[in-house]
Design a protein around this ligand. Structure first.
Ligand SMILES: *Cc1c(COP(=O)(O)O)cnc(C)c1O
Length: 455
């Protein structure tokens, strides 16, 4: 354990701040990385060390850490109108414009938007909307929520219940009525000799059987990330969304696309549902929505759910839900600018342009005997470490291989994230060719070092 001087940033960070989702032995050993500012895709710590952030902060800082247009939009709006709510029929002009924009860029012909401060709250809000309108329509028992194992939907009590990760058992979650189906990960979950198409059919059949066993009239909705993000970057198997959507439609169960990561360019199109060619009933957005420059989430309802929520609300004269900062004017102004920058200023184009290079870099690393699988879509990728490639046997968890890789990367000036036995790369959309080379060189160096120690 390193000794950090009591007045050092590392010791001060530790003294009075809690870390979320942090391996405490690592941080006690190495100290926190305390950051002061960023330059393009780099962040800089209190000691002046620069790190290429291959995770875009937490997937969200897609325009980098010093985008002048976004900071300008924030400053201008702070000068004009620094805060307001969206209760009692009031709303800022920026919020009105953002809703118009979100419906315009959505895959829906028409719709409405409800704002939150985060992705977790947006998922919570969506669940409450479904419960509310089902109750209003005379189906109070239609409350169960279907998601997938390894799906990540947030940390509030309901969105944590939707999240299919074992760590939530420490909170006594999930709540009753939150059902987690098989993770759609062909490499891990596919059976011996099973084709990808047959795997998809099996998942659709599991969904059908679950609906029949639980009763379609007890299920409020199915939530899915187009590509599972925080669960390890897991693109769906071939034909997956078509197959499950067919089952859901047959039983009248809405499909909610959790686009908190995939939305606004991460997979190379506006939405993950566009990449995978399905039109959901609603979209959950956050993270890229403001390019990480403001905490904001949004529920974007398609025409059917919009009409139903409208009717349920009119019956009791209101939708009794909202956050103090819902539709914050500064957040809305930043989001309008972020959407413009991503879609019209070359950011999404850059993702498309550099995706082949990103895929090639991942594929090259995947030739290593200790990398079991490289997975990616657009600018989201993961490399899964294995002790034995042929049998897909993971390293023993007490070796903490992915933490060691990530820590070694940090030593080399690269931030990437350990996730289970995988390393996640989700670079900012502004990456240049040279920065992508730098990312892979540093990662290669770290992998060689760690695998020579553990393999
Ligand atoms: C990050 C994330 C969330 C939660 O968003 P927060 O803003 O952290 O609450 C929900 N869904 C997905 C897919 C996410 O990646």
């Amino acid at each position: 354990m390193k000794d950090h001087a009591p007045n050092s940033w590392e010791a001060r960070a530790d003294a009075h701040s809690f870390y979320g989702f942090t391996d405490l032995p690592t941080v006690q050993d190495r100290g926190a990385v305390v950051l002061t500012h960023g330059e393009g895709p780099y962040v800089v710590d209190v000691h002046g060390r620069r790190y290429l952030d291959a995770n875009s902060g937490l997937w969200n800082m897609v325009a980098g850490f010093d985008h002048p247009g976004l900071a300008e939009a924030a400053k201008a709006q702070y000068d004009r109108f620094p805060g307001y709510h969206a209760f009692f029929g009031r709303m800022s002009d920026q919020t009105v414009m953002l809703s118009e924009k979100l419906v315009e860029v959505s895959p829906f012909e028409d719709g409405k938007v409800f704002y939150t401060n985060s992705g977790s709250e947006a998922n919570d809000t969506m669940v409450k909307m479904l419960w509310f309108l089902n109750q209003s329509e005379g189906h109070p028992q239609k409350r169960k929520i279907l998601t997938r194992k390894n799906g990540y939907h947030g940390v509030t009590a309901v969105s944590a219940s939707m999240t299919g990760k074992p760590y939530n058992s420490v909170f006594g979650l999930p709540f009753e009525g939150f059902i987690h189906l098989t993770c759609p990960h062909y490499w891990r979950e596919g059976l011996e000799g099973e084709t990808e198409a047959a795997f998809t059919r099996r998942l659709a059949q599991e969904l059908e059987e679950t609906i029949n066993a639980e009763g379609a009239d007890t299920i409020a909705g199915f939530f899915a990330e187009p590509v599972i993000g925080a669960g390890g970057v897991i693109p769906p198997p071939e034909g997956y969304f078509q197959a499950i959507h067919k089952v859901l439609k047959k039983h009248g169960i809405p499909l909610i696309s959790d686009e908190v990561i995939c939305g606004f360019g991460r997979t190379g199109t506006k939405w993950g549902c566009v990449t995978y060619d399905f039109v959901p009933d609603a979209i959950i957005s956050s993270k890229n929505l403001t390019a990480g420059y403001f905490p904001m989430g949004a529920v974007i309802l398609g025409p059917d759910l919009t009409a139903r929520l409208q009717e349920a609300s009119e019956k009791i004269e209101e939708f009794p839900h909202g956050f103090t900062a819902s539709g914050h004017p500064v957040g809305a102004a930043i989001a309008l600018k972020a959407i413009d920058v991503i879609l019209n200023d070359g950011l999404m184009e850059n993702v498309v342009r550099l995706t082949p290079k990103f895929e090639a870099g991942l594929a090259e690393i995947a030739t290593d005997a200790n990398i079991g699988e490289a997975r990616s879509k657009g600018f989201m990728g993961a490399l899964e470490a294995v002790a034995d490639k042929a049998t897909k046997t993971p390293f023993s968890s007490d070796l903490s291989v992915s933490e060691r890789i990530a820590n070694t990367c940090t030593d080399h000036g690269l931030i990437c994230r350990p996730l289970g036995q995988s390393i996640v790369l989700c670079p900012p959309f502004i990456m240049t060719d040279a920065q992508m080379d730098e990312m892979f060189e540093k990662l290669q160096k770290a992998l060689k070092q760690v695998f020579s120690e553990v393999a």
